[in-house]
Ligand binder design. Structure first.
Ligand code: FMN
Length: 201
């Protein structure tokens, strides 16, 4: 199969991208609006891109009707967010927080998730998640203005909380304990428990 992008429907292009670029880690993002009302949503167009300073990027796309998602609108007003680790035990509530609730209505409350205050940023953390990264927005880069257009949120990590329960005896995060999940195409996810090791040349 060959897909010529300019002559193909964007939804087909979107589906192909998420089927092929896999597995994708999940940014489970807490933000607040101008009134301090809390928003929580998952984004799998996400990764880390450098460590000095530590930089992460995720992309809340425009909705099919071209409007901005609550996370993006919140970040334009309060440019701070928390990345909560999406782990196997939290798969169902993480998915529940992807529901499109009206602005100002909390997905954390909808999913029955307790929150706890952050240290350096205003948005709170998902209490049961074992890792939280408190971040400040450095830049938001819109790429296009049509349906499903990307908005690259470039954030700097200011503070990292790691629950001791996911550490190995030498203080490294143990993937067998953290058990992050990742996104594939369609409605598929994968676990991070099928590990193999390979030394770099
Ligand atoms: C695992 C998962 C990954 C998702 N990844 C993205 C993404 O990368 N970009 C995006 O715009 N929406 C993504 N979504 C959909 C959003 O979570 C959904 O549109 C959500 O309602 C946005 O919330 P907000 O309007 O409160 O910001 C994803 C949903 C799930 C379940």
């Amino acid at each position: 199969m060959i897909i010529d992008v300019p002559s193909t429907d964007i939804v087909k292009i979107y589906r192909t991208l998420i089927e092929v670029i896999t597995p994708r880690p999940i940014a489970w993002v807490t933000t607040i609006d101008a009134e301090g009302r809390i928003n929580l949503a998952p984004f799998s167009f996400f990764n880390a891109f450098g460590a000095n300073p530590p930089v992460v990027v995720f992309s809340p796309g425009l909705r099919r009707d071209g409007t901005k998602k609550d996370t993006l609108r919140n970040l334009e007003i309060v440019p701070e967010f928390v990345l909560n680790a999406a782990v196997e035990d939290l798969a169902e509530p993480m998915n529940a927080t992807s529901k499109e609730l009206p602005p100002g209505q909390s997905e954390a409350e909808y999913a029955g998730l307790a929150l706890q205050p952050s240290t350096k940023v205003r948005p709170p953390r998902v209490a049961v998640s074992p890792v939280h990264m408190e971040c400040r927005v450095r830049q938001i880069v819109p790429i296009g203005d049509g349906p499903i257009a990307a908005n690259l949120v470039i954030g700097e990590v200011l503070l990292i909380h790691i629950d001791d329960s996911v550490l190995d005896p030498s203080g490294h995060v143990d993937p067998r304990k953290l058990r992050t999940i990742a996104r594939l195409g369609g409605d598929y996810y994968c676990r991070s428990t099928d590990l193999f090791e390979m030394k770099r040349p």
